[in-house]
Design a binder for this molecule. Structure first.
Ligand SMILES: [Fe+2]
Length: 444
């Protein structure tokens, strides 16, 4: 009998338990464990069968139920006469019997084999089997030792399973974290690209806006160049009109392009012959007919141009009258768009307050008085009231800004006290009373 067999059983079990406590994985330490277990219990061969992982097959679906069909695990020792433990016919049944009995099972000829399920927290994780030489059966005390070793091995296997599970989860968490970091990088890149694109779009819009403004000014300058009478009148009526619309407030004052509507009101004069437009003497009826075509000509020029509704309204309707006696449509009252009604009033206001070869400019008070007298007949009452609501100093400042320079070179109509350039004087060609109380600043 070996020296180890003579030592107390508990002392002999220290060696295999130290292997279990070593923390090594069963794949690498399993053979050593079995060697120490076999030496401790006088066995010739040892084997561990491993339960299939959960979900790997029908045998692995039950938790504490007997499992038939195990994966071969580590082994140690020389195979016996009938073949290696676990590979013999009926070994699967022995394993199942050991698990089902929940106790070590003595098997083989004369009880030379001990089979014991490896159970932890009610779950079978494998089976431990030891085989002695012929005639050396396992005693009850030794079967308890086998159960101790099987339980220790089960705890070790389960701990490793747990560590592997959490290792995989940590790897998955790391992968998810890395994916999030990549996603955040992508977002930052996309955001930066979108911001650059937004800046480029903003620049393009600014350029388009500048081109739009330049185009409007070019058109207004073309009208001004063609009609010698309009001159600074355009700038003044634009300033008066803008102020009057502010007095009214609401949507009108906030209408984009409102200023351009006043600047371009006589755009259609581009299509009126110069001989008619700048004729020194009175116009014939045919010539007046041509002159009165300019609202329609202006409307045709603007046809299809987007965002020009308010401009079209003023261009086409600025010669309408409140009483319906205007042209080209003879619109009455509020049938005429509000912006056009305001323009008609401020146009007359500028004519009255500007010197003419045949009369001096009227005072602001006089002009306002005369507008009010014509409110409800020639002019819209709301438009006349809007001019009355404009600060008197502001009206005086607009009226006083007289200069020989073309105001259309400036980006905005003159503001009171801003040291602005002054517009040209407006000349007026008097016409018969049938035209109305006040002449349009240039010829009708
Ligand atoms: Fe006109």
């Amino acid at each position: 009998m070996s020296r180890e067999r003579r030592a107390p059983l508990g002392e002999r079990l220290l060696a295999p338990f130290r292997v279990l406590a070593g923390g090594e994985e069963l794949e690498s330490a399993g053979a050593t464990l079995l060697e120490r277990a076999c030496r401790a219990l006088g066995a010739k061969e040892g084997l561990i069968l491993l339960a299939r992982p959960e979900g790997s097959g029908p045998e692995g679906s039950g938790r504490s139920e007997p499992q038939v069909g195990y994966l071969p695990g580590p082994c140690w020792g020389a195979p016996g006469p009938g073949g290696r433990l676990g590979a013999r016919e009926g070994d699967g049944g022995l394993a199942a019997e050991a698990v089902a009995s929940a106790r070590p099972v003595a098997a083989g000829a004369g009880g030379r084999e001990a089979w014991c399920g490896m159970v932890v927290e009610g779950r079978t994780v494998g089976v431990l089997a030891l085989r002695r030489a012929a005639g050396a059966r396992f005693t009850g005390e030794e079967l308890v030792a086998v159960e101790l070793l099987a339980t220790g091995a089960a705890v070790a296997v389960d701990r490793l399973r747990f560590l592997r599970l959490w290792s995989r989860k940590l790897e998955q968490a790391d992968a998810a974290h890395s994916q999030l970091l990549r996603y955040a990088d992508d977002l930052r890149t996309t955001f930066a690209a979108e911001r650059r694109r937004a800046e480029q779009l903003r620049e393009a819009l600014d350029a388009a806006e500048l081109a739009y403004i330049a185009t409007v000014r070019a058109l207004a300058t073309a009208v001004e160049a063609k009609d010698a009478y309009t001159g600074g009148h355009l700038a003044r009526v634009t300033a008066y009109g803008t102020e009057a619309c502010r007095s009214i407030g609401g949507d009108l004052a906030a209408t984009p392009g409102l200023e351009y509507a006043f600047l371009l009101h006589d755009l259609g004069k581009i299509g009126v012959p110069d001989a008619v437009l700048n004729k020194a003497g009175p116009l014939t009826d045919e010539e007046w007919a041509l002159m009165r075509e300019h609202p329609a000509i202006g409307l045709r020029i603007l046809e299809g141009v987007p965002q020009m509704d308010v401009v079209r309204a003023v261009v086409y309707s600025h010669h309408e009258r409140w009483d319906g006696a205007g042209y080209p449509e003879g619109l009455k009252g509020e049938q005429t768009p509000l912006a056009a009604r305001v323009f008609a009033a401020v146009d007359a206001f500028d004519a009255i307050t500007t010197d003419r070869p045949y009369r001096a400019a009227a005072s602001l008070d006089e002009a306002l008085h005369r507008l009010r007298e014509a409110a409800g007949s020639q002019f819209a009452p709301d438009a006349v009231e809007a001019i009355h609501l404009v600060d008197r100093e502001r009206l005086a400042a607009i009226q006083a800004t007289v200069t020989t320079r073309r105001v259309l070179e400036e980006p905005s109509p003159p503001r009171a006290g801003a040291g602005q350039e002054a517009p040209d004087l407006v000349l007026e060609q008097p016409r018969g009373a049938s035209v109305g109380l006040f002449q349009h600043a240039s010829r009708r």
